[in-house]
Design a protein around this ligand. Structure first.
Ligand SMILES: *Cc1c(COP(=O)(O)O)cnc(C)c1O
Length: 231
C-alpha cells in the first residue's frame, strides 16, 4: 500500500537537508502537496499525515475536492487560469500561483470583492521565455506587479515559475536562480518553484514554496492531455 506518511517524511527530510546545505531554516519552506488526479480518500490520508497545504491545477477538480474535504489546510491553485473561471477560483483557493496578465488580476480582484475574500497571489513568470508557455515575460513583470498592487482584494506575495523541461535537476538551477533574482528585485517574499524531481535544487536557490506531487502521492494515472494544467 502507498505509504503517504513515509513519503511525506522523506520529502520533509530532503527539505531539511537542502536547507542545511544552503544555510536556510526548514520552517521557511512550505511543501505544497500537489493532489491533482489524486482521489479524495488519499488526500484525506495526506491531511492526517500532516500536509500543510494542497495544490490543484484545475478549478473543476478542486471544486469537488473542496466540497468533500473542506478547508482543513489551505488550497493553492498552481495551474493556468482562464479569466472566466476567476469567480470559482477566488471562492476555492487561498493562494493563486498563476496570475500572469492584468486582465486576470482585475477579474480576480472584482470577484474577490464580490465574495468578500482576500486572495494571496503569485505572479507566474515565464523564466525560460518559451513561446508556448504561460507566465509573464520577465520584462513585463514590473508593470503587472504594479497593476496587482492597485487591486484592493489581492495581495501580491511572490513569484512562481515552471522552468523549461530538463533531463536533470541541475539543469533547472539557472532558472530557479533567475526567479529568485526577479523576486529579490520585486521586494516580495515568496518563490514558488521546484517539483518532485528538482525541489532540492530549488530550495538551494531560494524556494519558499515547493510543489510536490508524485514524491508524496506516487505516480499519477495518465489523463487526457491538456496544455499546461488547463484550469
Ligand atoms: C503537477 C505539478 C506539480 C507537481 O509535479 P510532481 O512532479 O508530481 O511533483 C508541480 N507544479 C505544477 C504547476 C504542476 O502542474
Amino acid at each position: 500500500m502507498l505509504d503517504i506518511r513515509g513519503n511525506l517524511a522523506a520529502v520533509q527530510d530532503a527539505v531539511t537537508r537542502a536547507c542545511e546545505r544552503s544555510s536556510r531554516k526548514p520552517g521557511d519552506v512550505l511543501v505544497i502537496a500537489v493532489s491533482k488526479t489524486v482521489e479524495v480518500e488519499r488526500i484525506a490520508r495526506a491531511i492526517e499525515a500532516g500536509v500543510k497545504a494542497l495544490g490543484e491545477n484545475r478549478v473543476q477538480e478542486a471544486k469537488e475536492k473542496v466540497a468533500a474535504l473542506g478547508r482543513q489546510v489551505p488550497w493553492h491553485l498552481i495551474g493556468s487560469l482562464q479569466t472566466n473561471k476567476a469567480k470559482d477560483a477566488v471562492q476555492l483557493f487561498d493562494w493563486i500561483h498563476s496570475v500572469d496578465r492584468e486582465e486576470l488580476a482585475r477579474e480576480l480582484d472584482r470577484r474577490a470583492q464580490g465574495h468578500g475574500r482576500r486572495v494571496s497571489v503569485l505572479v507566474q513568470v515565464n523564466v525560460g521565455e518559451e513561446p508556448q508557455k504561460g507566465g509573464v515575460h520577465p520584462d513585463a513583470l514590473k508593470p503587472l506587479l504594479d497593476a496587482i498592487t492597485g487591486c484592493r482584494n489581492l495581495d501580491a506575495r511572490g513569484l512562481m515559475c515552471i522552468p523549461p523541461a530538463a533531463d536533470s535537476a541541475e539543469a533547472s538551477r539557472k532558472w530557479f536562480r533567475r526567479l529568485r533574482e526577479l523576486r529579490d528585485a520585486s521586494g516580495l517574499e515568496h518563490c514558488s518553484m521546484g517539483m518532485s524531481g528538482d525541489f532540492e535544487v530549488a530550495i538551494e536557490e531560494g524556494a519558499t514554496m515547493v510543489r510536490v506531487g508524485t514524491a508524496i502521492f506516487g505516480p499519477r494515472a495518465p489523463r487526457p492531455a491538456v496544455t499546461e494544467g488547463g484550469a
